[in-house]
Write a protein that binds this ligand. Structure first.
Ligand code: AP5
Ligand code: ZN
Length: 218
């Protein structure tokens, strides 16, 4: 299965990606996680993107497109993959179309902006695995620690409220047009285009997982 998870920052893409990837046995390709790992390593790529990410802006299309193309050429992507946080602009979506990367499903997780600010303020992450928690809505078994490894959880640099507002503005301006893009494509070329599904992202994590599974299993 080849799938795109579409949704605003904090909509729950990373949270649902964990379940979906386990269920369909496909790798999660989160461009955000890849970039954060590069920043942490202090690689050339990391140095280039650090400031942009901290401000909540988008990294250049060229850079992201080559990163993703390289990633999907790896052997573990042969049976499919899940894109989390990609494509995020029309040029990124066009690049996949032009490269002939066939996608089966686009799944939009819809959450209103006010809810997002609350979610991101309480988010904690386990950086090396990408596992996501929330201090109130999805707490770890032991406070401040990852359920699987027991390692410390951290807060992301871009989860400060002022940055979150900017990320939301960038989302509405540059990424939300992809909703129309994929819906229109599905109408015009139902055989070539990915199937489009929209799931309301408000409710418990388990409820959303159930709706996501229903949508994907048809
Ligand atoms: P990225 O890492 O992709 O961040 P994002 O899209 O802003 O999304 P988030 O990771 O913030 O949210 P999410 O939807 O995964 O939510 P989560 O499941 O964690 O990108 C970061 C940056 O990298 C960008 O700003 C940009 O600079 C750069 N970048 C990345 N990709 C790029 C690209 N393609 N092009 C250009 N630049 C790119 O959940 C959020 C919180 O809510 C958690 O605490 C969770 O526990 C909680 N939660 C989840 N579900 C529920 C629920 N149902 N009820 C209550 N709480 C819930
Ligand atoms: Zn995420």
């Amino acid at each position: 299965m080849r799938l795109i998870l579409l949704g605003a920052p904090g909509a729950g893409k990373g949270t649902q990606a964990q379940f979906i990837c386990e269920r369909y046995n496909i790798p999660q390709i989160s461009t955000g996680d890849m970039l954060r790992a590069a920043v942490k390593e202090g690689s050339e790529l990391g140095l280039k993107v650090k400031e942009i990410m901290t401000s909540g802006g988008l990294v250049s299309d060229d850079l992201i497109i080559s990163l993703v193309k390289e990633r999907i050429a790896q052997p573990d992507c042969e049976n499919g993959f899940l894109f989390d946080g990609f494509p995020r602009t029309i040029p990124q979506a066009d690049a996949m179309k032009e490269a002939g990367v066939k996608i089966d499903h686009v799944l939009e997780i819809a959450v209103a902006d006010e809810e997002i600010v609350k979610r991101l303020a309480g988010r904690r992450v386990h950086p090396s695995s990408g596992r996501v928690y929330h201090v109130e809505y999805n707490p770890p078994k032991e406070e401040g620690k990852d359920d699987v490894t027991g390692e410390a959880l951290i807060q992301r640099d871009d989860d400060r409220e002022s940055t979150v507002r900017n990320r939301l503005a960038v989302y509405h301006e540059q990424t939300a047009p992809l909703v129309d893009y994929y819906q229109q494509w599905a109408q015009e070329e139902p055989d070539a285009a990915p199937a489009y599904h929209r799931v309301e992202g408000i409710g418990s994590v388990d409820e959303i997982t159930r709706k996501v599974t229903e949508a994907l299993d048809g």
